[in-house]
Design a protein around this ligand. Sequence first.
Ligand SMILES: [Zn+2]
Length: 432
Amino acid sequence: MSNTLPVGALLERAYAQTPNLPIERCYIGRDAAAQLGGFSAKRCGNSCLVISDAHTHAVGKSALDALRANGKEISEHIFDESHLDATAELGDRVAEIGINADFFVAIGSGTLCDLAKHAGTKLKRPALSFATAASMNGYTSGITAVKLRGLKRTVPCTPTLAVFADPEIVAAAPPRMAAAGVADYLSKCSAGADWRVANILRGEYYDENALRFYEGALDRVLETTSRVGTGDPEAVAIALEALLLSGLSMLVAGSSAPASGGEHLISHYIDMKQALYGTPNDLHGVQVGVATVHCLQLWEKVLALSPDSIHPDLLADAQPTNEQIEQWAIEDWGADVAAEVITQWKQKARPRDVLRAEIAAFRDQLPQIREAVSKDLLPSTTVANAIRESGGPTAPEGMNAPIEEYRNALTRARYIRNRFTVLDLAAELGVQ
Ligand SMILES: [Zn+2]
């Protein structure tokens, strides 16, 4: 039934229900370029810096034409790097190139959008996005993913002022990109459960309003994944709409927590290792998808525990010491980055007696926790099938990443960020 809604209807509903979203317009349609031009005429100044890469420049020509048709003075920067990386330095460079521009336009996907957001934030000027792939949820987020002091971090930024996407262009992107997007979207199943339990067990901030952005979208994505796999424009547009809503949920929550949990830490760990080796990353969503299947399996094991089998004293005693963790961090990252990792970890580490109480609270509230996270979780097999149908890998062998680092990430990624996730919960409960 949800499939009968036109693409864009869920975004319209989200906008109707949520006044004053900082992203003024999210538009998916064949006339996206004209809509971008019209929007820029009303809301932006005269001159713009358009950033793209060789591929997105070619497919996004309609956006440039529309800006010109609306009298904009365009300067362009076309990146030729095949593996562009969103770093703060590169974002600063975009700001320098666009120092005289009234606004920025990114024709591209995650990295280019992040660079435009970074530059726009730095210069306090608007950034618009002309999306060319349904590959991740960052088009509408208020964060950029950058490497900072060796850590993969999400840094707050001003979100784009508007996002436009033409389904035909988005569906023509390399198929692995849309599969990555489906996986990035579905990661919210595990991430949402992580977020909820961080609230239940640790009293961390939680905002039920963020969930509103998922109503109806999840079913539509699950119904259309096999068509995503064949590059069907409507199915890819449905995935993109879900991703735009996912980004909005993070904006409303003021945190990436609704869509970024343990599975994102695993992906970030691999990215950090690739940065150390100087080797290129796989797509964010591809890594996140493989890790999501793992995290959902962890959730299944954690929730299947019998309270009688949970012994808080024994489990608390079995946790690695801070000295051990510091040693691992130095092995993994070298002394400088390890210091950053340890800072993150110490914000989340708990003394033994508190940990013991946390494990006991989990044991005592297990029925309520099962009930609560059932609103977020999907079976790991359902998510794996959806990713597979959309054309993405669900096992680590399918990623372009060193498999031994993926395996290390399963136990060590939890140390790189202060966010409490199923990776912590499972480790505390002795579940692997
Ligand atoms: Zn993501």
